[in-house]
Design a protein around this ligand. Sequence first.
Ligand SMILES: Nc1nc2c(ncn2[C@@H]2O[C@H](COP(=O)(O)OP(=O)(O)OP(=O)(O)O)[C@@H](O)[C@H]2O)c(=O)[nH]1
Ligand SMILES: [Zn+2]
Length: 206
Amino acid sequence: MSSLVGHDEDDLQDGPLGKPAVPGHVQDAIRTLIEWAGDDPTREGLVDTPKRVARAWLEYCQGYQEDPAVHLSRIFEEVGGYDEVVLLKDIPFQSHCEHHMAPIIGKAAIAYLPRDHVVGISKLARVLHGFARRLQIQERLTAEVAQCIWQHLKPQGVAVVIEANHACMTARGVRTPGVSMITSRMMGTFLEDERSRKEVLSLMGY
Ligand SMILES: Nc1nc2c(ncn2[C@@H]2O[C@H](COP(=O)(O)OP(=O)(O)OP(=O)(O)O)[C@@H](O)[C@H]2O)c(=O)[nH]1
Ligand SMILES: [Zn+2]
């Protein structure tokens, strides 16, 4: 973040009410884009747009400011001998594709088969958002979420399925609304054992 948030006098004047200051060169880049798209960046309605857009992008890309694995640092001894699937499904998320920086909007299902520990269930969604709030492709997002849980929770199995719409396919380009992309990553038991994989996919609704 430090490279995007300036500290000279002008920049600090840009950041009232606790909003991050936006360096002049970042604002200039957005002005250039507005002009290139065909509008006048000096007209009244667009004067503050470069700052707003820059701050919006800091928010969309908040994931770069965190290591999603920190959310898995607090784990609990598995209670009551529970050793069946734990699934969080229909987790809504937003990301941006790295090709067009256009929104990817979808939902994820994240499951694991505990070994010795369980994790607070909200943490699965936090891990997802930590990787989603970056410039992504859906395949890598799916793999990163699964790998992070596999590595830090050390469960017997991990299954991640993501279903999303890509604005780069609806608002531009091929302009085909209504299509969704589905990606999955299975690890451990869910990869090796067909019965477990079928069970988790069925619990997820696939
Ligand atoms: N595999 C994959 N492709 C993606 C994802 N997000 C966007 N894309 C695709 O990335 C591709 C980029 O293709 P290019 O030919 O380099 O770019 P383009 O000319 O803008 O392509 P069109 O979108 O077909 O107009 C497009 O086919 C997009 O649909 C993603 O998460 N995964
Ligand atoms: Zn795209």
